[in-house]
Design a protein around this ligand. Structure first.
Ligand SMILES: [Ca+2]
Length: 258
């Protein structure tokens, strides 16, 4: 009996230690953001990841926190993924509208597959959580803005149905690409900040998307068994993002998730 009790005690210790350790590891990590400001015709601040998507995708979820400082151009492209075959293999955009709230959208493979939503709560100068999801088999697509507060969401089907997002291209945060890694133009530059960019090779459900938007595990049930099942992208994991800054793309701290 004593031995059994010991094992129960020891097991409990391990579980508590593990969860505390994981939590501390998470909380001890500096939270950071990418800043993209002041593009000019000769200077294009950006963060680049070559081989940005390392497998062919027939579905994905891409989430990020975005703060749009200004819509310098009528359309800006926060996330540009270019391959040799399509420079708009996967491209997200913000497009100004007459009522002052930009439409939030994406293209897949080329600009003929366009999908967007206008959210009355999406404002310049504030952080917003944006998730884009898609799957090829039925062309289901979804864009969700701020799922944790003022949720704004749109879905459709038959969007880029049967298409595929090809591996091996280049991701650019901040500048729209006309070929992998280049071809930037000032009128397509993004002006603002990013954090918590996560990309997954599958469609997440509503609960998972909600958790991402509440800073991953920070606000989920603190019982031991969440054990940092915090959601991390298998394609892009913000804690190990692998992006390289150019032309004055700045990495700085942020308290947005503390
Ligand atoms: Ca392009």
């Amino acid at each position: 009996m004593r031995v059994q009790l010991f094992y129960v005690f020891a097991t409990t210790l391990v579980i508590v230690w593990t969860s505390t350790f994981a939590d501390a590891a998470r909380r001890g990590q500096p939270m950071y953001k990418f800043e993209i400001f002041g593009s000019t015709s000769t200077r294009f601040p950006r963060f680049i990841r070559e081989n940005g998507i390392n497998r062919n995708l027939t579905e994905f979820t891409l989430c990020m926190w975005l703060k749009v400082s200004s819509l310098v151009s009528s359309t800006e492209y926060p996330f540009s993924y270019a391959t040799q075959r399509f420079h708009n293999e996967l491209l997200t955009f913000l497009e100004s509208t007459d009522d002052g709230h930009p439409s939030v959208g994406m293209f897949i493979n080329d600009v003929s597959h366009k999908f967007a939503i206008v959210c009355p709560t999406f404002s310049l100068g504030d952080w917003h959580r944006v998730c884009y999801a898609w799957r090829s088999v039925d062309g289901f697509a979804m864009i969700v803005v701020d799922p944790d507060k003022d949720p704004c969401e749109v879905t459709m089907t038959d969007f880029a149905k049967g298409k595929m997002i090809q591996l091996g291209g280049t991701i650019s945060l901040g500048q729209e690409q006309t070929f992998p890694g280049g071809g930037f133009t000032l009128d397509q530059s993004f002006d603002g900040e990013y954090t918590e960019v996560q990309m997954f090779s599958e469609i997440l459900d509503t609960e998972q998307i909600f958790r991402i938007s509440t800073c991953l595990s920070c606000e989920v049930d603190r019982s031991y068994n969440y054990e940092e099942q915090e959601i991390r992208g298998d394609i892009i994991d913000w804690m190990n993002h692998g992006f390289v800054g150019y032309d004055g793309g700045v990495i700085s701290g942020t308290n947005v998730c503390r």
